[in-house]
Structure formats: structure tokens, C-alpha cells
Design a protein around this ligand. Sequence first.
Ligand SMILES: [Zn+2]
Length: 644
Amino acid sequence: MAVAVWLAGCATASPGEQPTDGSVSVPEVDAGVTSPPDASLPAKRRIVILMVGDGMGRPEIEAASLKATGTRDGLYMQSLAAHGSVRTASLSGITDSAAAATTMATGAKTFNGRIGQDRDGQSVQTLVERAHAVGMSAGLVTSTSLAHATPGAFSAHRDSRHDYVNIALDQVMTVQPDVMLGGGLRYYLPMGPDSERDDAGLITPLLSAGYNVVYTAQELAAAPLEGKLFGSFADEHLEYAIDRDGDTTEPTLAEMSLAAIKRLDHNEAGFFLLIEGGRIDHAGHGNDLARNVGETLAFDEAIKAVHEWQQTSDAEVTLVITADHECGGMTIESHSGSAGDLPEVSWRWGNHTNARVDVFADGTGADKLDGLVIDFTQLHAFLAGRVDGVASVQPPRVLTPDGSFNDLRYAVSTQTAVTGFGEGFNQLDVLHVDADANGIAVGVQGVFEWSSNALVVLVDVDYGAGSGLTSFAGSLNDNDGRVDSILSSLGVDASAIAGFGADYALVIWGGQDPHLEDLIDDAGLRGFTQPSNLPWFGAATNFGEGVRTSGNAATSTAGEGFETVIPWSVLYDAGLPANATVAISVLLVNDDGGYASNQALPPFAADMINPGRGSFPLPGVAVIPVDADGDGVVDADLTPFVDF
Ligand SMILES: [Zn+2]
């Protein structure tokens, strides 16, 4: 499949051709509704169904397919007409379900943990609310608790995903999706031994608001087709599919999906429905392959049921299937080739990863997603356009630490010297920078070895003013933690570059990818104000597709690599100063920081062998005049340059 990148800011430019005037062009994205409606035909109902496999990365899909069919591409979802990819990162770095779902639901990029709120904590209209605003019905179906992150982000506005009691309150008292089917009964029941609430609960308000309320699959099957419907079938999450007994009272995800559609399909204005296969993620966190595969197959069964219904509908139906993130870092190692057998897999860890996920689609406008690499703001724009029945509008560019920097406008420095630290394992090729109202982004195209060597990004926040560290050797002596030790061993001398002094350094050892909110020993941002106890700060970091490796040499990919976004609030605690000018330099050093490679951006002279141990001159810095016009606001148009 040829994959085009839906560039934020310019739909047709290649990375080198993006506008440099700072303007962000906002072309209309054709969502399949470009021609004016034919007035002679009755207006069709619009139906938009988004199905999210929580934690369902590409390996998870392939593992389930291998189990079911013996091939990697045999799932029902993989047969749908349109197929693209999604970059999932949030403003925190690797996303969680709350931030991913919030961006899908609202279009606002946000920090991990937020439910229906943007980066400033402001509530933003969700697709459920948008559907209601245009007269559509709306529903939520999930195999997790209904108050969990994904359904919550479409139907509540809270600053923490863990505020289940109040997420449930928002759902029932304020947003009122017409159908809600899932688990999490203990967040809705009145105060008592089976409830997390300390009030009269939400069941009575649901009944007062006209909901039919059911608790078992049998009651769901017998529930009236008219009216609103609330079904909660488990105290917390529904059972894993492979753990269901024959006498379970829980409906399947497919049964809940069809039950929701039956109720919502009465509305002449159409409906929006979110369906979540929510427990793929839970099995991913546990590196539990059998349950992971079982959940993906149950999700695929629901997709098949919905898609078969779609074929019978006379409405304009848009069906989109995607995931919020991969979970576990699954790699398929081998498979017997026989359906029924699980593959052999390995896992990176028990957490989410930054791997791109798939998007599959069919129905009205689906072709507009085919072959594209998008992010969740663009997916939201597409879905919102379908809810509104208009062409969607390209959302504005938001600097996001996603390891993919076609959206960074300035490639300021390129290195051609072959790395002295192992070609295909440790190389720094191109330095990209950009800045917006929220912070500065630095992207390094290159290849990075897992659990080996360290990337050092020196940051001068007042280039030209002379403050900060120029000669590192002997200046720092903090050996408590790997990053601090690396900086204390660094032999770099920047005194030949007039006006440069490092105020901060971001160090990433061995391909670590901490979130903005993580403060860890092996990676992160440090300041130099206390040389024997370096202060720690937050910076969101991430790596793109296939740029980290161990064992096998990797290939440098244009626009993919290491990326960080450092908030201005970290670099300037008194606010962005007028005439702010930032300078940066990127170095690659060994595990203890005491031995420097020949890889740097801006680069050393092309014939430089590794500087090695001891003092060595900083080869140059990239200077970013952030506020050249001195008005205290980040300029729309930056003119970065290299100072040797
Ligand atoms: Zn998770």
C-alpha cells in the first residue's frame, strides 16, 4: 500500500516544501460531500460509527488473524475498503486512552489523563454532544466500564480519567447519550456495598430521564426498541471473551453493538455511535497473548456484525475502525501457519507504545482515509465533517512529540559523516526544529540503539546573552542517576561559540521515551543551576516508526526519529521573554557520557573521528530566534540558522 502523509498545514507539500512564512494553510479536505446535495432527492440520514480497539496495534491485529486464519491479514476488519495509519501520540508523548479518545472525540490535542478537556483544562464539545447539537442520536458501547477512559472521553469533561464517579455523573446528568451499554455498574448504583458512590446514585435519574435500564443479556434482548437504553452488565469490566462461561449473563460486544444500532436507527437525523473493544489493552498490559487475541477476535466479530448491518441500511453510513494506541510492544516472532495456533510473540513491556495503528473504513467518505497517515485531530475532523454532513476542514498544526516530524517546518542541519558508533544503530542525520505558542520542538532523524548510548540535546534559552554553561569538563558533579552522571562526564567545550551557554540538557539513554510527566533516571531534562544536584524538568519525548533497534541494523527514514517538545513554561518560568532566542546542539555519547561519538547536529567536520574521552569543542549550534520582533509572542515565521 502506498502511504501518503496528510501533512498538517499543507496537504500537498513534501517535507522540504512546507510553507516557511509561518502561515498554516487550511485546505478543505474532501470528505466525500463536495458536490451540493441534489435537491430532487430526499436528504439521507447520516450515520457515523467509530469503533475503537483499545490497545489494538498492528501486531495485535496480525496475531489475532494468525490465530483465526493462519494468515496475517485475514480478519474481517482488514477486508474493509479503506486502510490508513494513525500517529497516536498525545501532548504527553506516548498516549494513554484518555488523551487519544479525547482528541478523537473533540479534535483537541491534550495531556494524558484528560477526559473531554483540552491542554488548558477547558471542556471541548465531543462528537456525542455534536451529534445531539445537529439533532442526531448518540450512543456508547464498550466491553469495559462505561465510566472508563474511552467512552468517558466522548461523554464527560473531567481533568482525570480516574474520576469515574463524576464521569458517570456527567454521562447521566449532562451529556445523556441515548444508548449506553457496557460495565461499571458500581459507578452508577446508589451508595452501598456494591457502589463507589456516596450519593443516591444514577439509576433513578436514568429512569426519570426516560431510559430503560437493563442488567443482563436476557433483559437487553427483551428491552423495548423505543426509548433510551442504559445497560450495565458488570461491576467493572465485562469478562474477557475467552473466559466467558456458557451461563454468563453478559452480552457479547457484537450483541451490544447491534442492540445499540436498533435503538439509535429510529432517528430521522441519524446517529453517532462509539463502540469500544476495550479489553485488548488490558491483556496487552499483562502481556497475556491468549486473552489479547480473544479480545481482538471479539472486536472483529462486532465489526462484522456492524458492517453486515451497514450493507442493509439505506442511510449514508460511515464506519471507521481504529485503535487509540498499541499496548505492550508486541512483536510476532513466528507462527506455525495453522489456524487455531497462537503465534510466538515477544513484548517490549507492560505499557503503551508509540507505534502507529491502523484505521479501516467503509461507507460514505471512507475513501478519503485510504492510504493516508493521519493523527487523531485529522480523524476527528473527518468524523465531525460526517456528523455535520459537510466537507471536513484540515485542523491546525499542533506540535506533538510523536517522533514524526513532517510537521516541523525547519530542517536546519544535516550530517553526512558515517557514524563512528555503528551505522544503522547510532546515527544522527537531520536536525528539525519548530516552535509554537506552547513550546519548542526538536526532531532528530536518525537511528538509535536500544539500551545503549545517549542522545544529548543542549539547550540555551538566552543565546547571545552569555549565561549558561560553556565548558562542561569538571563543571558538574552529580552522579546520582544515569542522566546526571552522563552530564557530569560530558567533555564538551562550547567556549568558542560566542553567545552560547547551555541552560538545560535533555538526555535520552538507550532509546527511553518518558512522558512529559515522568521524571526518571535514564532520560529527561535537567538544569545546571545546582551542579552537584541537577534539577529535573519535564519534556515530552518520543521515537518514530522503526528508528530504534538492537541486533539488526535499521535504516534512517526521512521525517522519522527522536522528537521532543519542551514547554515554554519549563524553559522560562517567568514567561516567554521579549526577543527570546533559543540555541540547541545535539550530541551522541556512550553509556556513561564520557566518550563522544563523531555524531553531532550541527555536525563536526566531515573527517572527524570520534572525539572520544576528554574535552572536545562543540561543533556548532542551531539558533532559533523565537521572538525576533520582540513582542513577547512566538513569531509565526521563524528563521533558524546555524552558528559554527
Ligand atoms: Zn492501557
